[in-house]
Design a protein around this ligand. Structure first.
Ligand code: ADP
Ligand code: MG
Length: 315
C-alpha cells in the first residue's frame, strides 16, 4: 500500500470534524482558527518501540496511550484539547496493526472532541510522535513555576497502579495477581482534562504525572523555588496497591513509579472546599513549604529514609 492510500484508508476520516478546522488532512498544512481571547497550548511526545512500550502490546492500547499521554500534558495546563498531528514511523505494512492502532486512537479522540488534522508517515523502527494542540483562556494556563508556600499538594486518582502492572509484566511474581485488575491503568491511561480545566483559577501550579510523583512534583518545586512535605499515609492507593505494599521499599511504586497520568497540583488552602465541589476524585497529600526538596513523613512523624528518583530516559 502506498503512503497516500494508507493515509486515505486509516487517517483521513479517522476523527470527527470540528468547525474550527478550516483545512484538515490533504494539503501541505492544516489551518485552524484560534478563538479570540484564547491562547494556543501545544505539546509533543514520542513513543518508541522497546522503550516506551513492549513490541507485542495490543495496537488499540498503543493508539489510545500515544494520544492519551499528549492530552494529559494539555490537561496539566488547564487547556481544552482541540487538534492533533500524528507522525508515524512503521517498520512494516501491517493492516491489522494499523486498524487496531487507529481504532484505539479514534475512540479516545472522540471522547474529547479532538480532530486529527495532519501528520507524516515514514518507514523505520516503529515509533509514534503526536503533537497536540489545545485552547486555554488568555492568561489562565496552569504552570509549574507558580506554587506558593502554604499551598496544599494534591493529586487526582490513585498512584502507582500502572507501575505495579508493569512490574507484573516484567515477571514480578508478587505483582502478578494484580495484573488483570490493573493492566488497563498501564495501557489505557485517562487524561484528566476535566480536572485540569476545573482547576483554572483555583490551583497555583500543576503538572501531569508521567515519570513518578517525586520526580514530577520535583519540577514544580524547583521551578517555583519551594519544597514540600508529604504524608505517606495520605497517598491515594488502590485496594490492589494496599495489598501489594509489604515493606517500605514498595513505596517506590506510588512515589516514583511512572505512567500514572494523574494530575499533581498545588492549591491555596482557602480554595479546598471549592475545589472539592468542582473536581471529582482528588486527595490532599501534603503542603508546600519554603525549604527546598521533598520530605516524606510517616504517620508517627518519622521520615522515610529511602531516596527516590523518577524514571529517566538516557537522553
Ligand atoms: P507532505 O509531503 O507535503 O508533507 P504528505 O504526503 O506527507 O505531505 O502528507 C499528505 C497529507 O496527509 C498531509 O496533509 C499530511 O498532514 C497528512 N498525513 C500524512 N501522514 C499522516 C498521518 N500518519 N496521520 C494523519 N495525517 C497524515
Ligand atoms: Mg510528509
Amino acid at each position: 500500500m502506498a503512503e497516500f492510500e494508507l493515509i486515505q484508508n486509516y487517517f483521513a476520516q479517522l476523527t470527527q470534524q470540528r468547525e474550527d478546522v478550516l483545512l484538515g488532512i490533504g494539503d501541505d498544512c492544516a489551518l485552524m482558527r484560534v478563538p479570540d481571547g484564547y491562547e494556543l497550548a501545544t505539546t509533543t511526545d514520542t513513543l518508541v518501540a522497546g522503550i516506551h512500550f513492549f513490541d507485542d502490546v495490543v495496537p488499540e492500547a498503543l493508539g489510545h496511550k500515544s494520544l492519551a499521554v499528549n492530552l494529559s500534558d494539555l490537561a496539566a495546563m488547564g487547556a481544552e484539547a482541540a487538534w492533533v498531528t500524528l507522525a508515524l514511523t512503521l517498520d512494516r505494512m501491517d493492516e491489522t496493526w494499523l486498524a487496531g492502532f487507529s481504532r484505539g486512537f479514534a475512540e479516545l479522540a472522540a471522547e474529547f472532541d479532538v480532530q486529527l488534522v495532519g501528520g507524516d508517515t515514514t518507514q523505520g523502527p516503529l515509533s509514534i510522535t503526536i503533537t497536540a494542540f489545545g485552547l486555554v483562556p488568555a492568561g489562565a494556563a496552569l504552570k509549574r513555576s507558580t506554587a506558593e508556600v502554604g499551598d496544599l499538594v494534591c493529586v487526582t486518582g490513585q498512584l502507582g497502579d500502572a507501575a505495579l502492572a508493569l512490574r507484573a509484566l516484567q515477571g514480578d511474581q508478587r505483582a502478578k495477581p494484580f495484573l488483570n485488575d490493573l493492566r488497563h491503568r498501564l495501557e489505557y491511561p485517562q487524561p484528566r482534562l476535566a480536572a485540569g480545566r476545573a482547576l483554572r483559577g483555583m490551583a497555583h501550579a500543576a503538572i501531569d504525572l508521567s515519570d513518578g510523583l517525586i520526580s514530577d512534583l520535583g519540577h514544580i518545586l524547583k521551578q517555583s523555588g519551594v519544597g514540600a512535605t508529604l504524608q505517606l499515609a495520605d497517598l491515594p492507593l488502590s485496594p490492589q496497591m494496599r495489598r501489594y505494599l509489604e515493606s517500605e521499599d514498595d513505596f517506590i511504586l506510588p512515589l516514583a513509579g511512572g505512567d500514572d497520568y494523574e494530575l499533581c497540583f498545588t492549591l491555596p488552602s482557602v480554595m479546598l472546599t471549592h475545589a472539592q465541589h468542582r473536581v471529582t476524585d482528588f486527595t490532599v497529600i501534603g503542603r508546600i513549604d519554603a525549604k527546598p526538596g521533598v520530605r516524606l513523613h510517616h504517620h508517627d512523624g518519622s521520615q522515610l529514609k529511602q531516596q527516590f528518583v523518577g524514571y529517566e530516559h538516557l537522553i
